[in-house]
Design a protein around this ligand. Structure first.
Ligand code: PLP
Length: 388
């Protein structure tokens, strides 16, 4: 048995259409989008546009909002953070945010004197209080970055309330949807979000090497480019073209990856994100019931299922997180251990000195039987470690 419970890192399995789309790309498209006018290059460009349209439908983007392809979630966050912030600006994020937010902010602090604040969250639920975020805003705050769903505790943050705060204070809001896109309905047009970053290879079910940044109409004009280069357009001018999406997409695209991402998005659109959310809620309810039965096992984040996604971090006193992962793998259950690139989240829940947690994360193909198998294994291992 190989029971994959590391969907927060990258989703597996993908819907069968994803592999078929990647193979079809190599067999019948194979050209670089925007780099020629022959049939295959046009087909490649058309694929990109179909994928943008599918993403726009999935995320409910407005007609003038822009879908930009990036290399992964980290790259999309960098394009946004480095695009918006200027020397001396202040930025606000949260203690639940990922190193793909914290490290660009730290680098900008060193490189151009950006200052930033990470707002603390409730240590029990790990939920952000929007009033606390509002209190951290300063007259020089240009950007707020908030993680939608935590990759450590699974908590869903109150994005609508955060957006209302940012709107009222005229601050740009970037949401990291790495663990929520494809899992939870997202209303970009109605949600008051300015920038939405996500990987294509997690909940959107595309291949590794894909990422997406959605930019609200009018926001790109306030952003600088992070990299410049060939776009196949306006090649006579030395400067990066202003036209979108070219302005933020320098260099050849990941055609096969985007073909697979399109297939992943189409699979999600066919089922509907609401139905996938229902499935994940059923899995999460079962997981919560089972975790509550295991004495000696700590687990973190909200007990209220509606306030979370299917990401569960656990810890037991007798075993290092890596040891628990190794013992689970010996039983065919694949998890991830450590700090999950989110050190402040572990400081918040008290697991930083313990070496982090062992994380189990579900996907659309996970079943209730899989949850039971994982919970049975955890219960046995905790019992064994307590008796040795
Ligand atoms: C919350 C969060 N943000 C950002 C990222 C970065 O995404 P990627 O691994 O695609 O760069 C991850 C991935 O682990 C994540 O969980």
């Amino acid at each position: 048995m190989r029971l994959y419970l590391d969907n927060s890192a990258t989703s597996h399995p993908k819907p069968p259409g994803v592999l078929a789309a990647v193979v079809d790309y190599f067999e019948s498209v194979h050209a670089s989008a925007g780099r020629g006018s022959y049939r295959e290059a046009v087909a490649s460009a058309r694929l990109l546009e179909r994928c943008r349209a599918a993403l726009a439908r999935l995320l409910n983007c407005g007609p003038d909002d822009q879908v930009i392809f990036a290399l992964n979630g980290t790259d999309a966050l960098n394009l946004a953070i480095r695009g918006v912030l200027r020397p001396g600006d202040h930025a606000v994020t949260t203690a639940m945010d990922h190193n793909s937010v914290l490290r660009p902010l730290s680098a900008l602090a060193e490189q151009m004197g950006v200052r930033w604040t990470a707002v603390e969250v409730d240590p029990d639920t790990t939920r952000l209080d929007p009033a606390r975020l509002a209190a951290a805003l300063r007259p020089d705050t240009r950007l707020v970055v908030v993680n939608h769903a935590s990759n450590v505790t699974g908590v869903l943050q109150p994005i609508a309330d955060v957006a209302a705060v940012c709107r009222s204070r005229g601050v740009t809001l970037l949401v990291d949807a790495a663990q929520s896109a494809g899992h939870v309905p997202i209303d970009f047009a109605g949600g008051g979000i300015d920038l939405l970053a996500m990987p294509g290879h997690k909940g959107l079910l595309g291949p590794l090497g894909t990422g997406v940044l959605v930019i609200r109409a009018g926001v790109a004009e306030r952003m600088r480019t992070v990299r410049e280069g060939g776009t196949g357009s306006a090649s006579e001018q030395p400067a990066q073209p202003d036209v979108l999406p070219d302005r933020f997409e320098a260099g050849s695209h990941n055609g096969p990856g985007i073909a697979g991402l399109l297939a992943g998005c189409e699979w999600i659109l066919e089922r509907g994100v609401a139905a996938l959310r229902e499935h994940e809620l059923r899995l999460s309810r079962r997981m919560i019931e089972r975790l509550l039965e295991i004495s000696g096992l700590e687990w973190y984040g909200p007990r209220e299922v509606e306030q979370r996604v299917g990401v569960f971090s656990v810890h037991t006193a007798g075993l290092e997180p890596q040891e628990l992962s190794a013992l689970l793998e010996a039983r065919g259950i694949l998890t991830r251990s450590g700090l999950h690139c989110a050190p402040l989240a572990h400081r918040t829940i008290g697991t930083l000195p313990l070496g982090g947690t062992t994380r189990l994360s579900v996907g659309p193909f996970t079943t209730l039987a899989d949850i039971d198998a994982a919970a049975d294994a955890l219960a046995e291992l905790v019992l064994e470690s307590a008796s040795t």
